[in-house]
Design a binder for this molecule. Structure first.
Ligand SMILES: [Zn+2]
Length: 269
């Protein structure tokens, strides 16, 4: 049993002793990944921005991402914070609509493969840092959206729920048609805590998994990254373009694009 709340780096030292992590390219990875998945009975998928890039949603933290573009006068972490939302709601919504919403994005090969795995009852849950809702759009039901979803919005005064369309169509600050209150997206802003029940569910799934795929995330965002410490299963696979802190304790590390790797799995089945 893995000690809980232990930093990934510490866990890696205690579990990777004597085991050699294999780092494979996309091309070489398929047979290995297939062997790992064939033994999976309780698979859990933990994903980040890299899962959605093939759907046209940019990764904010990638080298080309918004966080590195040095866009004049806007620091995304500042604008997307709880305090900025309350102080400057109009500027918040301008930025949010311009950079966070991709209403035409559709599930890609990675989402479709995950749906198929849930349908076969191998995949027990998806834990995601993404707010785009694409896993649910693909048909998955056991989805834990750690940072919320752009598709869930609620009036701050009366609690009425609104779809994404209400945010998209509003000019300036979106207002409740019932009471005139401000409609707030149910995404976790900087300075806010993730939903307790989503976190509990995600931890439960990860702690009960025998196989975990970590994909499309550099695990640089806390507290999401520490969720991995709840995993004590047999096999951990990491699929990412760059190195992650989880690589050291992984049985398989694939450097590449998530949608291409998982899409290739479905193509050859
Ligand atoms: Zn209202």
């Amino acid at each position: 049993m893995m000690p809980m709340n232990q930093p990934i780096g510490t866990a890696a030292r205690s579990t990777s002793a004597g085991r050699r992590t294999r780092i494979l390219s996309e091309k070489d990875a398929l047979p290995e990944l297939r062997v790992l998945l064939a033994r999976a009975r309780r698979l859990v998928f933990f994903g980040g921005a890299g899962v959605s890039t093939a759907s046209g949603i940019p990764d904010f933290r990638s080298p080309q991402g918004l966080y590195r573009q040095g866009e004049k006068g806007t620091d995304p972490e500042m604008v997307l914070s709880r305090s900025f939302f309350y102080l400057h709601p109009e500027a918040f919504f301008d930025f949010y609509r311009a950079h966070m919403l991709y209403p035409n994005a559709r599930p890609n090969a990675a989402h479709r493969w995950l749906y198929e795995m849930e349908r076969r009852d191998v995949l027990r849950g998806i834990v995601t840092q993404n707010i785009d809702g694409l896993h649910r759009m693909a048909g998955n039901r056991r989805v834990y959206e750690l940072h919320g979803s752009v598709h869930e919005n609620a009036c701050m005064d009366c609690g009425a729920h609104y779809p994404l369309q209400a945010i998209l169509e509003a000019r300036g600050i979106p207002r409740c048609t019932r009471c005139g209150g401000v409609i707030k997206p149910s995404v976790v802003l900087y300075g806010e805590s993730p939903d307790k029940y989503v976190c509990i569910g995600a931890c439960r799934e990860i702690s009960q998994a025998d196989t975990l795929i970590v994909a499309g995330t550099s695990l640089s965002v806390e507290p999401a990254a520490s969720f991995l410490d709840y995993f004590s299963g047999r096999a951990l696979a990491v699929i990412n373009q760059t190195a992650t802190p989880a690589d050291r304790r992984a049985s398989l590390v694939i450097r590449g694009d998530v949608a291409r790797v998982l899409g290739a799995l479905s193509d050859t089945e």
